[in-house]
Design a protein around this ligand. Structure first.
Ligand code: EPZ
Length: 416
């Protein structure tokens, strides 16, 4: 599948942003800790969400989509998460914490790396060992014995999002025990997961700060929950508006989750109005380069918006430097952008960009999720016909992308 884009249109109009992929995935994993019915409202069917739901079903949960809600109930029949999907879906590792919390044993395939780096899980495993989990490794499998799980004080050597979420879930059902996790990730999706667990009767406090305290409870009850909006999709649409020019309104968003990007967009010359639940961006000038951009863990500039912002710099006036500090291989999109006339030089974790007036249309291939989104933005801004191929990468994390962009006036079609 590919997008055929006839770029060059300015964007005008209003779209509503969907729930966050990186909230929904750990929330789906957390439903393993509860046998009663959990309803996750307004569920965008990202490919990753479909895959995560399929894994839950294979484990024995009842999963259905009804009126755009995801309804999950019942118990898992197996604690062996050994299936093809877990090789491609890294987020399945989140299930380790929830399964061990409730069932105290599990077998996992070692999650694969992916397009943006090795993606090790040492921080996850070290934290779980502190909770008393014993691991044995054989033929690419991880055998987990959590019979003797107990509360503990854990300090993460890096504020890993996944490890923070895994340990929050692992501690949730260690009844009567207190677990303290220090140097936690502080992303809004961590707060969302804590709120979800607490809506089921869990006791998770301090999410969003660097220390989280979990009081283990005996069991969890069913819930109805709506996840926060997707701040990365929101940022991607804002950058589309900045690059193409025009005036766009994004509803259902929380500007507080995007402050570093909003500062960048204002410094690049865009006019941005912020409201409690919407963002309006307007730009009719040539973008100015924003100089040095460094990705950081939250609340710093998010690594997931690095590719879209790098693409924005390719047509901004001046030179800029992007420093990717979180993942080791997140510049794969650069070689595809070169086909469109971008002037980018990469050395290790630094990319230096000299802005050109306009990118040229070309046929390009998505290297990964966010790099692929960047290529769509590049094609929208380049006057003429471009093809963006292997868009399954993009559909992992963007729902109805071409429909939303069409609603804003873009000329984009999805074809075989
Ligand atoms: C989550 O991945 C997100 N995925 C990623 O979004 C996001 O880029 C990342 O957090 C950082 O914000 C989901 O939430 C499903 P990390 P995660 O553990 O949890 C290293 C997207 O585009 N590390 O915070 O895997 C790791 O290699 C995706 O939507 C270890 O060394 O991120 C990386 O360099 C991509 N050992 C850094 O930490 C570990 O045990 C950040 O990883 C774990 C991580």
């Amino acid at each position: 599948m590919k997008y055929v884009v006839n770029g060059g249109n300015k964007l005008f109009g209003k779209i509503t942003v969907d729930s966050a992929k990186n909230s929904i995935l750990p929330v789906i994993a957390a439903t393993i800790m509860c046998d009663e019915e959990c309803v996750i409202k307004n569920i965008p069917l990202y490919l990753d969400v479909i895959e995560m739901s399929a894994i839950l079903e294979k484990l024995g949960k009842k999963v259905e989509v009804k009126d755009d809600n995801l309804i999950i109930s019942g118990e898992i029949r197996s604690t062996s998460v050994i299936m093809a999907e877990t090789k491609t879906l890294r987020s399945s590792i989140f299930m380790m914490g929830s399964i061990l919390s409730k069932y105290r044993k599990a077998i996992f395939t070692y999650p694969g790396g992916c397009d943006i780096g090795k993606r090790p899980i040492d921080i996850h495993l070290e934290g779980l060992e502190k909770l008393g989990v014993k691991f044995t490794f054989a033929n690419d499998l991880i055998y987990c014995d959590a019979d003797k799980m107990k509360g503990s004080e854990i300090t993460l050597n890096f504020p890993s999002v996944g490890a923070t979420e895994n340990l929050m879930m692992a501690s949730t059902l260690i009844e009567g025990e207190i677990t303290v996790i220090k140097n936690c990730a502080r992303e809004p999706e961590i707060v969302d997961l804590a709120n979800f667990i607490n809506s089921m009767g869990g006791k998770v406090y301090g999410a969003g700060y660097e220390t989280i305290v979990i009081f283990g409870v005996k069991r969890l009850h069913g819930t109805i929950y709506k996840c926060i909006m997707d701040r990365i999709a929101t940022g991607t649409y804002l950058i589309a508006g900045a690059m193409c020019g025009g005036r766009i309104e994004l509803a259902g968003t929380n500007p507080n989750f995007l402050l570093p990007l909003i500062v960048f967009l204002r410094n690049s010359g865009c006019k941005i109005d912020l409201f409690s639940d919407k963002i309006i961006l307007e730009n009719f000038t040539r973008l100015k380069s924003i100089g040095k951009i460094e990705t950081e863990t939250y609340p710093g500039f998010p690594t997931d918006l690095q590719s879209p912002v790098l693409v924005m710099q390719t047509i901004s006036k001046g030179t800029s430097i992007v420093h990717e500090t979180v993942f080791e291989a997140r510049f794969k999109v650069v070689s595809e952008l070169a086909k469109m006339g971008a002037k980018i030089n990469v050395s290790e974790r630094y990319a230096t960009i000299v802005g050109v007036q306009k990118l040229k249309p070309a046929n390009v291939i998505c290297p990964d999720l966010r790099g692929g989104a960047g290529l769509v933005l590049a094609a929208l801004s380049a006057k003429g016909r471009s093809e963006v191929d292997e868009i399954f990468h993009v559909e992992r994390g963007y729902y109805n992308l071409e429909k939303n962009l069409k609603n804003l006036g873009a000329n984009i079609e999805k074809t075989e």
